[in-house]
Design a protein around this ligand. Sequence first.
Ligand SMILES: NC(=O)c1ccc[n+]([C@@H]2O[C@H](COP(=O)([O-])OP(=O)(O)OC[C@H]3O[C@@H](n4cnc5c(N)ncnc54)[C@H](OP(=O)(O)O)[C@@H]3O)[C@@H](O)[C@H]2O)c1
Length: 319
Amino acid sequence: MEYRHLGRSGIRVSELSLGSWVTFHKQVDVDHAVEMMSVARDAGVNFFDNAEVYAKGKSEEVMGAALKKLSWRRGSYLVSSKFYWGMHEGINEKDTLNRKYLMEAIDGSLQRFGLDHLDLIFCHRPDPYTPIEETVWAMHNIIESGKAIYWGTSEWSAQEIVAAIEIAERHHLHKPMMEQPQYNMFHRQVFEVEYARLFRDYGYGTTTWSPLASGLLTGKYNEGIPDGSRGSLKGYEWLRENLTDPELINKVKQLSTVAGDLGASTAQLAIAWLLKNPNVSTVITGASRVEQVKENMKALDVVPKLTDDVMETIEKILE
Ligand SMILES: NC(=O)c1ccc[n+]([C@@H]2O[C@H](COP(=O)([O-])OP(=O)(O)OC[C@H]3O[C@@H](n4cnc5c(N)ncnc54)[C@H](OP(=O)(O)O)[C@@H]3O)[C@@H](O)[C@H]2O)c1
């Protein structure tokens, strides 16, 4: 495992990390979380991603309980949460990045985790109705309070991110250090084009999500939606159109041939391909079973096999 600087910060994240969206609480209980996080850690993972909204706080509780059982030294790992959607229906408590919500959200998250600080916290979406300056000050104050160490954005536009950085610089506040964007073989435009200036001019870090496009890039949806897969879960019907898109499935089948030639699984190829991009600080992997964690961590062995020729072949398939 290699460790990459999270943007221009001093902190280094393992190039592969593990997240809990959909899985923790719904598919993964505390004992399974312990097992999955141990396997990831043994492979070198030092970052575990979470969010307030995942399973309405239960995902943080499962990860917190797992961390307690694992009793790793606090300095040896990084853990995150993300705020925006909120836990309550109150007018000031959902779909917002207002100061009051953020100051209370961090406390709720720490309580559910059973920790006294988080390492990375993200504004989970932009809030067009709260001045960016108010959000930047609130995140700065949370960092100053010691309840979190670094803050960043998730799915913000490049323009919003630059505005936040410039406000922070103007007032000598803690700047946002990293973005958490979707990035995978089928979702490239924002990361590769819109954010190019963020990487070049600001050295912005990234913790990228859905490396397998929710499992599509494993090949498991090639013949329809298998029982027990994410695509079969109640509440995730909205993913099905993409997971069964014939054009994408056709590309997955071609990618599987490339992977097979390299002695890799399609999932490993898709994850390794992301690691070739130096603007990726860490790829947050997801898994509903421990075997998937084991398979996905071995993507590290595939990276050196992605020669210029292989990358070109992949590019032609993705076009
Ligand atoms: N900031 C944001 O807005 C945002 C949004 C989404 C995710 N995230 C973060 O990014 C993390 C990863 O996203 P993701 O879960 O969507 O990642 P993903 O890699 O695209 O999908 C993971 C899912 O694919 C299936 N899978 C994974 N490895 C597999 C394998 N080797 N073979 C077969 N199936 C496999 C599993 O689902 P099944 O077994 O159930 O089919 C697994 O839960 C999340 O946990 C979260 O921390 C952030």
